[in-house]
Design a protein around this ligand. Structure first.
Ligand code: KIV
Length: 270
């Protein structure tokens, strides 16, 4: 069966898509209205990303967003979604401490939002947490390469794993995450050749953002691809719209209509 006819995307469907080389589409969403549009358009995976910290809350990094805030976003999304698989980021500070804390954070997300899976940033250093979450029957998506929760360690958002030692570590981490039982792996801002090697080597789907075309799927932040955000334009971003200007234009027209007594008209009142 082709994926467009599938009623509900599961981790198993994504695995089959990799096997038959059908690309996986993934976008972020953080609220009911946007999630409903994205889901009805037929997206395969919706990520309730901690990028909500940037695009919804206006923070400079993803670090400040809390578990309660992620659960609020995720449950809003879940009320809208019928078909897509919904994955939720475990926010910074809710899984790095110890594996028990990681498990409790993942359980809260699953129980309180009804989401389908969680995503964690990192490799070997968080493997124990990943193992424990998986043991509880919670599907885990990995995330390697540029991991924005570690921005204070790296100090910059430049392309990762361009040097041999970092590329080797990334490859080892990808193997570890796949062997542990993660169902998919996000590869962010790494050389396309390395992403292609990882994709060829591991059996789980890879989803790239700034990782070239030879991965099993692509993800973008919804607000970036719709052009709601205009001050973020990395090379990997394709903008499909300029909603910032469109929305601003509509608001300007509304203001002018109100000021000039052109709204409401006779037909728009009782
Ligand atoms: O939080 C997020 O939006 C993400 C994507 C960039 C993959 O992790």
């Amino acid at each position: 069966m082709t994926t467009s006819k599938v009623n509900k995307i599961t981790t198993h469907v994504l695995q089959e898509m990799k096997l038959r080389e059908e690309k996986i589409s993934m976008l972020t969403a953080y609220d009911f209205s946007m999630a409903r549009i994205v889901d009805s358009a037929g997206i395969d995976v919706i990520l309730v990303g901690d990028s909500a910290a940037n695009v919804m809350a206006g923070y400079k990094t993803t670090l400040p967003i809390t578990l309660n805030e992620m659960i609020y976003h995720a449950s809003s999304v879940m009320r809208a979604v019928q078909r897509a698989l919904v994955v939720v980021d475990l926010p910074f500070g809710t899984y790095q401490g110890n594996s028990r804390e990681a498990l409790l954070s993942a359980i809260r997300i699953m129980k309180e939002s009804n989401a389908n899976a969680v995503k964690l940033e990192g490799g070997k250093e968080i493997l124990e947490s990943i193992d424990r979450i998986l043991t509880a029957g919670i599907p885990v998506m990995g995330h390697l390469g540029l991991t924005p929760q570690s921005i204070n360690k790296f100090g910059t958002y430049v392309v990762r794993a361009t040097q041999e030692d970092e590329a080797q570590k990334l490859m080892e981490d990808a193997r570890l995450l796949a062997d542990a039982g993660c169902f998919a792996l996000v590869l962010e801002k790494i050389p396309a050749t390395l992403a292609a090697q990882v994709t060829a080597e591991i059996r789980i789907p890879t989803i790239g953002i700034g990782a070239g075309s030879k991965v099993d799927g692509q993800v973008l932040v919804l607000h970036d691809m719709l052009g709601i955000n205009h001050d973020f334009s990395p090379r990997f971003l394709r903008r499909y719209h300029n909603l910032y200007d469109e929305i601003k234009g509509s608001v300007e027209m509304y203001i002018s209509d109100v000021k000039n007594l052109e709204f409401p008209s006779e037909r728009e009142q009782y």
